[in-house]
Design a protein around this ligand. Sequence first.
Ligand code: NAD
Ligand code: LMR
Length: 341
Amino acid sequence: MFAANRTASFAKRAFSSSSRQNTRVAVLGAAGGIGQPLSLLLKLNPLVSHLSLYDIRLAAGVAADVGHCNTPSKAVGYGPEDGGLEKALEGAEIILIPAGMPRKPGMTRDDLFNANASIVRDLAQAAAKVAPKARLGIIANPVNSTVPIVAEVYKKAGVYDPKRLFGVTTLDIVRASAFLSGIAGTQPKETDVPVVGGHSGPTIVPLLSQLPAGKKVVEEGGETLKQLVHRIQFGGDEVVKAKDGAGSATLSMAYAGLEWADALLRAMNGESGVKLCTYVESPLYADKGCEFFSSPVTLTSEGTVGEIHPVGDLHPSEQALLDECLPALAKNIEAGKKFMA
Ligand code: NAD
Ligand code: LMR
């Protein structure tokens, strides 16, 4: 539910005559470590009719490559020349933004702020002008701050609709499912852990007590719980360290990005009650300075933010994590807003 199981619905949709299967998706940063596998996965998704792949380098090559996959959608690559960004955005209904620098060992996501804030701002300015009604999924880090930056860009352009802006935190949910099922011996797809808050270290708050397998681990406490929570919060660092200077998570992020996009596509294609944890403008902790917060969100039939659900019952250890998350997240949000002030 929180990261949305695609496999069964893929098969169902392929034979459904009511599916509209005609959504135009744009990926900005399509030639990067995330952008390439994400573009491939989107090319394979039967609900996507057209893929616009933009990057400052190599996008034409990526489009030519994925374009040879014999699925019905069309893939077109655009570079920055000849108004390529605007062309890529024309008619886009979903825009994913993985453009930006990844971390190297020793860096925090906040260390990416200086490099990525202006990249995301500039891309958002173009999106606000050309495709203001598109649903936007922000992958570029630091997500806690880049999403507020995009909101400010859209406000300045007079086209902000908070229901269309999402931070993609799905990788945290995917990791929580993978790591908990590894301990509990459960099926990952049936081990659906809500993860709330933001997307960096202590702002990532897994709510393990809300499913039976996780509740057992939480109630037993001790080292197993401590290590599991740490691994979910710092899974990104695990990949950065293992890649040893060659970047951060790309393949698992492409998988998570597809899960996020597929949730929107399914909602737009008539599936009701599609629910996922995602970082949106939220009233839940706005009084604590967290105007943006990730919690379970039910999508509307337009693939936009519908009901924003509260975090639900928390074990005292989870309440402690949430208490630690909120001030850190508030600072990240403030940094994004300040950048745009
Ligand atoms: P990468 O360096 O491999 O790819 C980034 C791509 O962005 C490159 O192809 C580059 O040419 C392109 N780019 C740079 N400036 C651009 C611009 N102005 N317009 C269009 N394209 C531009 O990096 P990556 O590993 O793909 O990671 C991308 C971002 O995603 C990083 O900021 C990383 O931290 C973040 N990330 C987020 C999550 C998440 O869970 N949200 C997970 C993993 C990585
Ligand atoms: C992740 O969680 O893997 C990403 O945010 C990339 C990173 O820098 O850790």
